[in-house]
Every structure is written in C-alpha cells, then in structure tokens.
Design a protein around this ligand. Structure first.
Ligand code: BGC
Length: 746
C-alpha cells in the first residue's frame, strides 16, 4: 500500500530549501477531526482505553508495510529541511496515526525553528537547584513545541560531567547524578504536560565529544549504575519519559544502539521502560542486531554526514524497508519484535495524547511566533536563578538602585553588545536555536534602558583593544566585563577562554583574547564585575583582582535582562554550582587511557571519583566547590535532627537568613556511607531551595529514601544497603556542611 507523504508534499519539499508550502491546510498525517476519522480507526481511538490496549489494537490492524514505515525516518526532506525540525515520521491518516515530528531540545525548541524562546542551557538550569522552576521550563518548552506542531522534544540531555572538558557539558545537568536526576524529572514531566513526548538522551556513557562516534567506554557495573545511568533511571521510573535516545559511542565494545545490555536488560527489564528507543542521528550500525537488541526507531544520518564530518553520525540506513524485509524473511528479526517496536512507538503517542491533539506542522505554524512575554519571563527567572555569584568583595553587588548624580558604568566585551550577546547565548550544535527573530537581550541595551531611572551613565568598549578596555574601565565608577567562551557539540574544550560566535552547529572563535581583556579591566579598576558566559569551567588567573564574579553559563535570550536585574538587585543570582570548578587543567587530570582514551577505548578507571567525589577523597581544594554560590545574603544552619523512617530517614533542620536582603537558600544534604560500602566520602542525597526574608528562619524537612543509603551490589546486581552508621551532613555547599547527624541502617 502506498504511504504518505502525498505527492504534493514531496514535490514541494524537493524544491524548497527551508519549508514546504502547505499554507493553511492541515498537512497529511495530522489528526482528522473525530467526525472525519476513518471508521477503521475506531478500535484504538477511544481515549478511555489504556495506552497499552490502544497500541495493541492499532498494531494488530497494521500491514507489514505500515509497521516498517513507523520504525524509520524514511521520508524526505531530511534534517532541518522539514519546517526546521530534526526529523519526522509521516503519519498514516487512514489509521489515524499522526505525524511524529521531532525537534531539539533542552534549552528550547531549537534547530531552525523561529519564534521560540531560548532558555539558559542545561548546566544553567541545573544551577538553579529549583525543581519547581524546572517543571515550568519543561512545560513552556513543551507548549511552544506543541504550537509549532512538534510532538517529540529531543531532550533533556542528562549525561554526567565526568570531566570539565566535554564540549557538551553545557547541555547537561552537571557532575552529580542526584542533582541531574532531580532536574531531569520535572523537566520531562513539564514537557509531557503537553501532548509532547520528551526524550532522555544520550543513553548512555556519552561523556566526551573527542571520538564521539566511536569511543568505546569501559566502566565497571557499580559506577555505571550509581553515576551514569541514575538520571536515566529516574527519567524512566519517576517521570515516565516516552522515549530514550541511544548514543553514538560504544559501551563494552558494542555500539549503544545495538547494546542489548543497555537497551533491553537495563532499560526494559530493570526499569520497565515501555516507550521507544530512538537512535541518535546516524548512530545505527546494523539492522537485525540493533532491532533485536532493543532499538525501535532509527534516525539515520543527515545527507551531508560523512566519516570525515564529526558533527553527525555517518551511519547508513538500516531500518528502511530494503534492509528490514530480508531480515524479517530470514527470521533475523522476528515478527514479534517488529510488532513490539511499533507498539513501543505508538504507546507513548497514545499516552501523551498525540493521537487526539497533535496538529502536525505547516508553514503557518512554522512562521508563528510562540515565544510570549510570559515565556520569556520564565527564561529571565531561570537566567537569574541559574547565575552563580562566585565572588563579591565588600558586597560590591548589588548596586544601590540610584545614587545622587548617577554613576559611570563601563561595560566591556563583545558578548555585552546586542550582536555579541545574540551569538553567545548558547553553545553550538543541535541544541542551538536559530535566534530568529533577533530578540536576545544584551547587558548593554538592558543597562541603557534602565539609565533614565537609575541616572547612571553607560560607557561601552568591545574589548578587542586592551587599551580601550583599560581606558574606559579606569574612567568609570564600576567596570563590568563580559567574557564569553565557546563550547560546542562535536568538540571537547579546555579551560582557556575563546570568544565564540555560535551558529546552529559550530562555534567559531573570534581572534580576541578574552583572558587578557578581563585582566586589563580588573587591573584598571578595583570596582569591577567579571561575567563569564561559558559552557564550563575556565581558568581565572585574574581572580584575586576581581571585585565580583558572576557565572551565568550560557544564559539564553533573556541573559542581558537578567544580568541588569542582578546588577541592580532586582533579581538575586541565586545559582549554586552543579559542577566543581578546578584550579587548573592539571588538577584532577585523568590519565590518557581514561580520557580521551587510547586506541579508541576510554577506561573509566576513576570509578566513582568524579567531580567533588574525587576532591573529597583526595582532600584536594578546588577553585570553587560543588554546590557553592554566594547569592545576596548569608544563612545559618542549626538544630539538625535525623529520624529513621523505614529504610530511609527524615532530616530536619533550621535555616535562618542572617543578612539584610530577602534571598534564596539552597540547603544541601550529603550522606557519608560507612567505610564498608566503598563509597566516596560523601554524596549529595537531598536539597531544596527556599526564599527567606532578613532575619526569617524556617524548619526544613527533607526525606531521604532508601536509595540515599543504598549502593549497587555487583554480587546481587541490585541495590543493597550496606549495614552500618551513616553520617548525614547539612549545609550550604559540599565544603561547608556544619551540621552533622547519624542514622543506623541495616
Ligand atoms: C545530537 C543529538 C540531536 C540530534 C538531532 C545529534 O547530532 O547528538 O543530541 O538530538 O543530532 O539533531
């Protein structure tokens, strides 16, 4: 039976670079109104039936051709050329199956989409430590996706920042699996509050961009479970994520997309995942082996990918009918497995309401501006709550709202002007938004907009000339220097700063020495604020001379507005580090065999000792520790009680705001396992974020579940509590934990 797309669409897309012209009409494959539905669909179109029942009924009615159609992105046009999306599977109108329309990703509806909101990137979201806000971010991104006709969002990215050098760490939630899981769950729920399926990626152990298509990761079972798989487990078991993306790399010698241990044993059997596994783009290397290992949907390579272009996987087409039919005929792929693949795909489509509410995309939707003021307000809030105040000598920040006669403020740096800000809001690669229409707020324009109220005068220099930077810094009452560092998919980074211009896929470096620029400014004026728009840690040789240091990471389109609010104290930079900042590239440098690997193999020989776990185990002092962030006030922690509660415990303590500003505290709870557990010295197991007025104090209660005291047993292949006395430490960050308690387990 011939399948969509219709002839009209094919012709139109073949000739169009960007968008097919299906103005005003519903694209084929979108959901017909109930009255217009083919009668044949009735058996699976009753929303009162469970997703399982509906999936069962639909698959039973499908022909082999229709089933094969569902398991691959087999339609033209390819990557980005279909309304700017990353890929799609055309629907089957006669069976009421809507188009599956996939788009990146974690910081907003990206790719070549226009009129969407670019939020701060993943590492900045994690820095908020605000799970309610994270739900809102997911919800808004899902809403924008839905309005665009997109129904699969290819995020969140939840790989762990194993080293500071991974070029994609900016997309992820930092170095700690508990924090990453806590930020992942509300994000997925928020997306799936809409008729949109979220996608947990990149599964798994995809922790470096050097050799990203091929690197073979060797990791011990316990480390894999406790560190790298934990956020995915939460995505499946706590957030009901509808899809999981298998990654480019190999694990224990097998490509992730044909790795039965990962895709079937862990994902399906241990975690009961019932959605679909989609491959990363071009990450498939076989037909029967992948299908039988647990891959459900292939997204093949983009047409311009070759083994020499590292951005995309150069894998071929393995799930198209030409490859699948012989495999089915020979029994290499069983009929039962094909049915299961299709059920896995349509089950979350039913569950998330795609059959009832998907619209399909169209030119009208493509052109629609779905970024509302309210959405951008959420982005501003995330930018402010995700900005970490690393230093604030003499409470330099925030500025008093106004002073008699006004102040002269020098703003320095390419990234502070509107053009620079627009190209440094995000890292490069698939998560990068189109930036259209151009509405990124810059620090310069946001400060100028306030100048009438504040009475302050603003001077600006781009910073490419150190002399100009120094001159205007020395003339001003306060100098703010904004330095940007590039970070991109397909390339790892180091700790030195480069000024980037990020297009969708790549960041190009400008020939501006950002480090010298900052050094010149801090030397010229002690009243200085250094702002670091970076995707990860950078060297800070100028730190001693810095007045204040703000780390907003990649701050999205509301970055400039958020910074201006932070400078004047309208918003508090209430972020806390989701990642340790090392003193130098030498500190905690992995042996080559561990990173980036030798002979294509990366051995995770550090085992559980990544990030603060290593610093604590080796009593090393980082530049800034995990969980750190000053904010605009100070807090006192007291009165800890730890009460056993089943196989968990309830931790209660008081937090008092001891400063003179209303501010957010982020109390953190770490557990110290008994020596016999073989765990790192302490591990984050709970946190919350609360706002307190000056002098206000509140009792905080955090329940630690059984998992907070469990270790992965390689003997039982399961979680076990090592019996003994567990320490419970509470405080403001991983190196400031004044409260100590204990609880016995087992
Ligand atoms: C990236 C994925 C992304 C996909 C589609 C790949 O190169 O690794 O994260 O979702 O492209 O754009």
């Amino acid at each position: 039976m011939p399948l969509p797309p219709t002839r009209t669409r094919r012709l139109l897309v073949a000739s169009a670079l960007a968008v097919p012209l299906t103005v005003g009409t519903l694209a084929p494959g979108t959901v017909p109104a109930a009255s217009a539905r083919p009668a044949a669909c009735a058996a699976w179109m009753d929303p009162r039936d469970s997703a399982d029942e509906r999936a069962e009924a639909l698959v039973a009615a499908m022909s082999t051709t229709q089933k094969l159609h569902m398991v691959t992105f087999g339609d033209t046009p390819p990557y980005l050329l279909y309304y700017g999306t990353a890929g799609h599977v055309t629907g089957i109108p006669e069976l009421c199956v809507p188009d599956l329309v996939l788009s990146d990703a974690g910081s907003g509806v990206a790719g070549l989409q226009i009129g969407t909101t670019t939020f701060p990137s993943g590492v900045a979201q994690a820095s908020t430590w605000n799970t309610d806000l994270q739900r809102e971010v997911g919800r808004v991104i899902g809403r924008e996706a839905h309005r665009k006709g997109i129904n699969v969002m290819l995020g969140p990215g939840m790989n762990i920042a194993r080293t500071p050098y991974n070029g994609r760490n900016f997309e992820y939630f930092g170095e700690d699996p508990h924090l990453a899981a806590e930020m992942t769950v509300p994000f997925i729920r928020g997306i799936q509050d809409n008729p949109v399926i979220a996608d947990a990626k990149h599964y798994a152990l995809n922790d470096q961009e050097t050799d990203r298509q091929t690197v073979d990761v060797r990791v011990d079972e316990r480390t894999a479970r406790e560190i790298y798989l934990a956020p995915f487990e939460a995505a499946v078991t706590r957030a009901d994520v509808g899809s999981v993306m298998c990654s480019y790399n190999r694990v224990a010698g097998e490509y992730a997309c044909e790795n039965e241990a990962l895709l079937t044993d862990v994902l399906r059997e241990d975690w009961s995942f019932d959605g679909f596994v989609v491959s990363d783009w071009g990450a498939v290397h076989s037909t029967a082996a992948s299908a039988m290992a647990g891959l459900d949907l292939e997204m093949h390579a983009v047409p311009f990918a070759t083994p020499a272009t590292p951005v995309f996987g150069a894998g071929g087409r393995y799930f198209d009918a030409a490859s699948m039919r012989p495999a089915l005929a020979s029994g290499a792929i069983t009929r039962a497995r094909l049915d299961e693949m299709v059920r896995n795909i349509v089950r979350p489509m039913f569950r998330e309401g795609l059959f009832e509410r998907s619209t399909g995309t169209s030119l009208v939707r493509y052109l629609a501006d779905v970024s509302t003021r309210a959405h951008r307000r959420v982005a501003t809030r995330v930018a402010s709550e995700g900005t970490v105040l690393l230093k604030n000598r003499g409470d330099l920040l925030p500025l008093a709202p106004r002073v008699a006669g006004g102040r002269t403020i020098a703003v320095i740096g390419y990234a502070a002007n509107p053009v620079g800000a627009a190209s440094t809001t995000a890292g490069g690669g698939s998560s990068h938004g189109s930036g259209l229409p151009p509405r990124t707020t810059s620090l310069l324009t946001s400060l100028l907009a306030r100048a009438a109220d504040t009475g302050d005068r603003i001077l600006y220099a781009e910073g490419s000339s150190v002399i100009d930077a120094q001159l205007i810094a020395s003339l001003a009452d306060l100098a703010i220097v904004v330095a940007a560092d590039g970070s991109t998919e397909a390339a790892d980074r180091n700790l030195s700063m480069q000024a980037p211009v990020c297009a969708s896929l790549l960041c190009l470096n400008l020939p501006v020495d950002q480090e010298r620029m900052v050094e010149a400014v801090v030397a010229a004026n002690p009243n200085n604020v250094v702002v670091l728009d970076t995707g990860g840690p950078v060297r800070m040789p100028w730190l001693d001379d810095a007045g204040a240091v703000l780390l907003p990471w990649f701050g999205g389109i509301q970055h400039g507005e958020s910074l201006a609010r932070i400078v004047y104290g309208v918003d508090e930079p209430s972020g806390r580090l989701p990642q340790t900042l090392p003193r130098s590239i030498e500190q905690n440098r992995f042996p080559r065999a561990a990173y980036p690997g030798i002979g294509g193999v990366a051995r995770y020989s550090e085992r559980l000792e990544i990030g603060y776990r290593w610093y604590d185990a080796h009593r090393a002092s980082p530049l800034f520790p995990f969980g750190f962030g000053l904010g605009y006030s100070t807090f006192r922690y007291s009165d800890l009680t730890v009460t056993p509660d089943g196989r968990g415990a309830v931790v209660a303590f008081r937090v008092r705001n001891t400063g003179d500003r209303t501010a957010a505290a982020v109390p953190q709870v770490y557990v110290e396992a008994p020596r016999a557990a073989g765990s790192p010295p302490r591990e984050l197991r709970g946190f919350t974020k609360l706002t307190l007025r000056p002098g206000e104090s509140r009792t905080v209660r955090i329940r630690l579940g059984e998992r907070a005291f469990s270790q992965w047993s390689v003997r039982a292949h399961d979680w076990r509590i090592t019996p003994g006395t567990y320490g419970v430490r509470v405080g403001s960050h991983s190196r400031d934990l004044p409260l100590r308690g204990v609880v016995r387990q087992g």
